[in-house]
Each structure stands twice: as structure tokens, then as C-alpha cells.
Design a protein around this ligand. Sequence first.
Ligand code: BMA
Length: 358
Amino acid sequence: MSIIALALLATACKDSKSTTSPAELLKQRLERLTQKGIMFGHQDDLAYGVKWYMQEGGSDVKEVTGDYPALYGWDIGNIGNEKNLDGVPFDKMQQWIIESHQRNGISTISWHVFAPDGTDSWNTQKPIVNEILPGGIQHDAFNEKLDLVADFMKSLRTPQGVQVPVIFRPWHEMNGQWFWWGSGHCTVDEYKSLFKYTVDYLKDVKGVDNMLIAFSPDRSFNSIAEYLTCYPGDEYVDVLGFDDYHDFKVENGHEIVDKKLNIVAQIAKDKNKIYAFTETGYDGVKDAKWFTDTLLPILKSANEIKKMSYVMLWRNANFDKEQKDHYFTPYSGHPSESNFRKFVNDPVILLNSQVVFD
Ligand code: BMA
């Protein structure tokens, strides 16, 4: 090879290295980690738990298992204010995302959106989606919300200036009827436009390059085609997800969830995408063997089709502040504590210390 060719090759290698975005690096890391196991995640894990509130170092998962989760969920609903919709201060959320990244944890961010006119996510009285899309009366104000989201994403930087990559999961559970972007409150085309607009605006207009994008329908699908009804396209989605709580409460729930997660695994395999069980849990963990006897076999069954990236349990609402059965991982003293330890000790489940050396 001539000197010139070598120099060109060196430049090309250098360029490709310098242009790898934080999001792309996270994608590569997630792909590597699927070979190790399924990361365990928990919403708001560091912010509060069943019996504690906003204490540095707090984590119900750590209290019970001795280790932090590998993945954390956060929600930016109410962005632009001091605290999110569940009382988590945005500056603390930012700090926890950075700190957990520094110990190799990964964060995913959902968004229970308040429309610019104040309409909360669950208020489906009037159509909002067409009002925030281009041409709609709330469009400019919606862009300002997206500006806030972009600022938050960009603010995720270590003291050394390293950008922290996250998995952003906008417009989730669109096939349920409870959110104003959900089924029956906008058309499928409007939904797809909204999803694409959000991603394009954040990435192309605002230059956010530290987020992967997750697509997360709820349980209302029974086939690949149904799952993909609102899918905005391969170029818009990095992580295929699925949220399901309700199916666990019906007869044969185990088999129903198993079938649905297998569908997601199959699509991920066909599309060569990362996939995850993006939200689940059994409120109050009322079955003391739920983790090993219900959840684990479902995860393993999907994992046979294609290796899964993570499973995330929803938040542990604080007993003093909220309803008393809205928690999804056991706390110290809970009847399912030892079962949960058994679950996380299964070789396929990864906690924080198992994702350190990847
Ligand atoms: C729901 C509940 C609500 C919460 C919302 C956003 O599932 O936990 O209490 O406000 O998520 O986190």
C-alpha cells in the first residue's frame, strides 16, 4: 500500500472515530450487553422508594439486592418547571443520570407530556395532536417544549465534558386510549407525524446526538402487523419496546404476555433492532413468587428468539405521599424480597455491577 493510501486510510479511521455520536456508542454498547444478559431497570430508583424520599444513595433495589439496577427510568413530564409530574426535581434527575452513567448505568427517559395549553397526558377531552403538529394552533408553543427537552438532553454531561447518552421513549402506549396521543384521539398518520416531527426536531434542528429512540406500544396487539400499526419507520426507532401491566392480572396472563413479548422479539430479530420490555410490573408485588415464576420465564422465552436488552419495572411510590400499592420492586421487609434476590441472581439478569466491565 502506498504512503498516500495509508494516509488516506488513517484519516478515514480517524474521521469515523471522531464522528461516532454518543447515541451510536450507546447503541453499540447495548448490543454488546445483550450477549451478557438482560439488564434490570427501575423507574425513579434513586429519587424515592416506598419508605424513603429524596435521600442521597437511596435505592429500593440496592437495599434489597446489594446492587443498583443496571438501568434507570426517568420521566420529563412537566419539563420547564422545577419538578417533574411525580415530584422529582429536574436538577436532581440530571445529577442522577450523570452519576449513574459514571458507574456504567444506563438511563431511559419517558415523557408524560403536558400540552402547551396545560392539558395533561390523560386528559383526552379534545384533540391535541393536530394542534401541536405544524400548522396547529399550539405548534410554536410545542416547539418551545421541544427546546426544553433538547436543553435537558444536552445538559447530560459529565464534569469532564463527556456527553451522557440516553434512551428517549416519547409518545409511549399509543395503542391504549388513556393518553391524548393514544388510540381514538388522533389518526395513525397524525401519530406517526408527531413521532417523526419530535425526533427530527430534536436531532436535526436542535442537534441532540446523545439519544436513542424507543418505540413502546402497550398490550393491545396480537400480531406483528398490529404491533407495527403506529410504527414511524426503521430510521426513527432504535429500540423496540412493549409496556404491559394489565395482562398479568387476567387469567392466563403469563401466556398472554409471553406471546406478546415473543412477537416483539421476532420483530426485533427481523429488523435487527434492540428490544426491551420497556415497562412492566405487578402492583404491590402481590404474588411473592412473581419475579421467578412469572416474569423470569417470560423474559427467557423471548431471549431464546433474540437476546433482550432490558426489562424495566415501574416506580416505587412513597407510602407517605401516594397510594400504598403503587410499587413494583420489593422493599426491605416485603414478602417477595427473597424471591426478588433469587430473580436478580439468575445469570441472565444484570444489575449495575455486571455492566461495569463491558
Ligand atoms: C403512572 C403512575 C402515575 C405517574 C405516571 C408518570 O404509571 O405511576 O402515578 O404520575 O405514571 O410517572
